[in-house]
Design a protein around this ligand. Structure first.
Ligand code: 13P
Length: 252
């Protein structure tokens, strides 16, 4: 059974007071039992956020982890540090990490294996950039991104993997992939998982869409057959919008 998920990726936004204010606003709201909701605040507030939301349906997750276990990596955060806070998931491979921090497929595979071997689930992001889309290379690019990374992960670890298709041209641009564009890639990825690891895995893997999901377009995107939810950037910073997006994934 694929899980319905809405996850908010706050990126480098919200200081401590803003984090507290947002979490206070959502904490008092009931959310549907059929959707899993995750929020990825900045590192310094993970412990606070987790403790603040204890007993609610919201799960706090990390935005990233380093690809080495520990050592001389100034400013970085390890999988063990995240686990020691009682957190169970991290986003991996966001396009901003790939492009701005030069994270290659090789590094991302290292991160994925490190997390999964330590029992930390991952939301693994992938997606083509504008040039790939314009040259109609998007299926090939997505396929290679996955073949070089998560599809190399052992089958028995897949229960802890969620995928997030985030076309780079739709991130923070206000330009969303149409529901049809999202569906065709999600279906393609599900078939790819099936042919690589078996239908049992592909049937159980949640695939989220991310890229300018807003309160007004979430429902139509989430209603597509192979779209199991969303990874939300900008709209996850506004509590009313985020709650509407969660609600949009509750009735399918
Ligand atoms: P936006 O929703 O702001 O386009 O960001 C999407 C994203 O990058 C989520 O990880």
């Amino acid at each position: 059974m694929r899980k319905k998920i809405v996850a908010g990726n706050w990126k480098m936004n919200n200081n401590f007071q803003e984090t507290k204010k947002f979490l206070s606003q959502i904490k008092v709201k009931e959310i549907g039992s059929e959707v899993e909701v995750m929020i990825a605040p900045a590192y310094p507030f993970l412990k606070f956020a987790k403790d603040f939301l204890v007993g609610t349906k919201y799960e706090i997750i990390a935005q990233n982890i380093h690809n080495k276990l520990h050592g001389a990596y100034t400013g970085e955060v390890s999988v063990d540090m995240i686990k020691s806070l009682g957190l169970n998931k991290s986003i991996i491979g966001h396009s901003e990490r790939r492009s701005q921090f030069k994270e290659t497929d090789e590094i991302l595979l290292e991160k994925a294996n490190l997390c999964l071997n330590k029992g930390l689930g991952i939301i693994f992001c992938f997606g083509e950039d504008l040039v790939d889309r314009q040259s109609k290379n998007h299926f090939e690019v997505v396929k290679n991104q996955l073949i070089n990374t998560v599809l190399k992960v052992e089958k028995n670890k897949w229960s802890n993997i969620v995928l997030a298709y985030e076309p780079v041209w739709a991130i923070g641009t206000g330009e969303t992939a149409s529901p049809k564009q999202a569906q065709e890639i999600h279906e393609f990825v599900r078939d790819l998982i099936s042919s690589s690891l078996g239908e049992d895995v592909s049937k159980k893997t949640s695939i989220l869409y991310g890229g300018s999901v807003k309160a007004g377009n979430a429902k139509e995107i989430f209603s597509q057959d192979d779209v199991d939810g969303g990874l939300i950037g900008g709209a996850s910073l506004v509590s009313e919008d985020f709650l509407t997006i969660i609600e949009s994934n509750s009735s399918y």
